[in-house]
Design a binder for this molecule. Structure first.
Ligand code: HEC
Length: 117
């Protein structure tokens, strides 16, 4: 390889490294559409299709809740810092990206949490 080719290959290598690093550190915005997809497949069964109509009054409404609260709750269930057999099992199926996407999705929905009579 000539010197020129060599430095070009190195530059490309650095670029690929930077992109891989960005991907690995999760430098991305939460994807609400992906959160919606997952929510409809999994969470809707208990929390309702709109996040507002849980199948049991003891099951919490998620729609309109703050995203950082939802994310914290899911991470805590996953790590057994918040103990609940149902949600512990649910949260352990989720990746970090799933959690960010689900939290962003439910936070984006119109909630009834603050104006119930
Ligand atoms: C089998 C029924 C069921 C399914 C499926 C389910 N949940 Fe839950 N979820 C519950 C119950 C019951 C609670 C209340 C647990 C408790 O008291 O901590 C809960 C609580 C939560 C909370 C805490 C809410 C709060 O106000 O503190 C979050 C967040 C949550 N669920 C998100 C999800 C997400 C996201 C999914 C889909 C990946 C999901 N749940 C799937 C039953 C379910």
């Amino acid at each position: 390889m000539s010197n020129d080719q060599h430095s070009r290959a190195r530059r490309i290598g650095t670029l690929i490294g930077a992109v891989a690093l960005l991907a690995a550190t999760g430098a991305h915005a939460a994807d609400i559409a992906k959160g919606k997809e997952k929510a409809e497949q999994v969470c809707a069964a208990c929390h309702g299709k709109d996040g507002n109509t849980p199948i049991d009054p003891s099951y919490p409404r998620l729609a309109g809740q703050h995203g950082d609260y939802l994310q914290r709750a899911l991470l805590d269930y996953q790590a057994d810092h918040r103990k609940n057999p149902i949600m512990g099992a649910q949260a352990k199926q989720l990746s970090r990206a799933d959690i960010e996407n689900l939290a962003a999705y439910y936070a984006s929905l119109p909630g009834t949490l603050s104006h119930q009579r």
